[in-house]
Design a protein. Sequence first.
Length: 415
Amino acid sequence: MKILFVHQNFPGQYRELFRWFVEQGEHDVVFLTQRQDVPKIKGARIITYKPHHKPPKGTYALTQYWEECVGAGFGAATAAQALDKAGFKPDIVMGHVGWGELTFMKEVWPDVPIIGFFEYYFLARGGSVGFDPEFPASEHAPFIMHARNAVNFANIQTVDLGHSPTQWQRDTFPESFRDKIYVCHDGIRTDKLVPNTTASVPLGRLGRAVTREDEIFTYMARNMEPTRGFHVFMRALPHILEARPNARALIIGGNEVSYGKASDRKGGYRAEMEREVGDRVDWDRVHFLGRVPYEAYQQIIQVSRCHIYLTVPFVLSWSLLESMSMGATIVASDVAPVREAITHGKTGLLVDFFQPEKLAQQVADVLERPGTYAHLGPAARRHVVKTYDFQTVALPVHLKQINTLLPSAKRVALP
């Protein structure tokens, strides 16, 4: 079978599915992306495309996102035309709709089925915008959010089938979308993401490695920002460290912004929150590790006695499910997308997003009495294996959905 993946940031949510198709060794696999630094991959072709147009500074706010998306979409379509002229016509296309890359694919291949990844419908209410009163939405937010959904409306007509990773994410879309969107997570490699009692993490400042014997608590986000509750974590930090004088915080994340508005203060949200908590924190026990290699991230979670996951109502992070797969004891924010993955007291602990003191109390209790909460990590792992495992759960569902769009001669054998 010939399959084309499309995602501006290779491999995006297709990490496991792309890898599986390549490893089969019997498919012609092409990945179309804007990313420039992808190394050569045996068994696949990585094709880089450039957006045909980007909106200039000062573009009208209500059309800026659409202009950006159609520029990316036309760039992707132009690259698809070049593939077609070179003799590659896919049997199926799979891609993320959120950056407009699929918008014109049917103009290139009208009869090729497309499965689109519908990650999030921009909500003016009930989602990330306006959830935290500390970061109020502007009076124009409902209009801007609705305008941004133009790309979703265009692409629900473009695709033959949609896909969302969680029920909550699918349900952000209007009812008219939902019958066309199936729900299945991208998949977690629970066979590789496992607990490891012998894991260790070297800390240069400490002069030694920390292990499960140390009182480590962790926080991770792609970037330290309010959407992922960084400000809440930082306000809880002094209380945790005061209650547990031997505890250390290991913090993973960059200092940019992935979602929402950037900080207008010097040094970004990290510097802003460091100034706020100031001398109430024993900084010798706080380790900002930045972005770390994937193996190092695993070891950090594996040594953690308590892992903190915070988010506003927004797309669920892979890191939450990966941490559950590694048997972490998790304290997370009590919001709808998290409740889909964690049941309080059974597979983790949920706290009010807006109460950093309550967060601190819960984390401190986990650090003080790990035995009391020892059942949570194994239960979290069992839940992820049962519900989100790539090989036994996600892969069969995705292949079944792909096969519904293919003629019998092209269908992929289910594992």
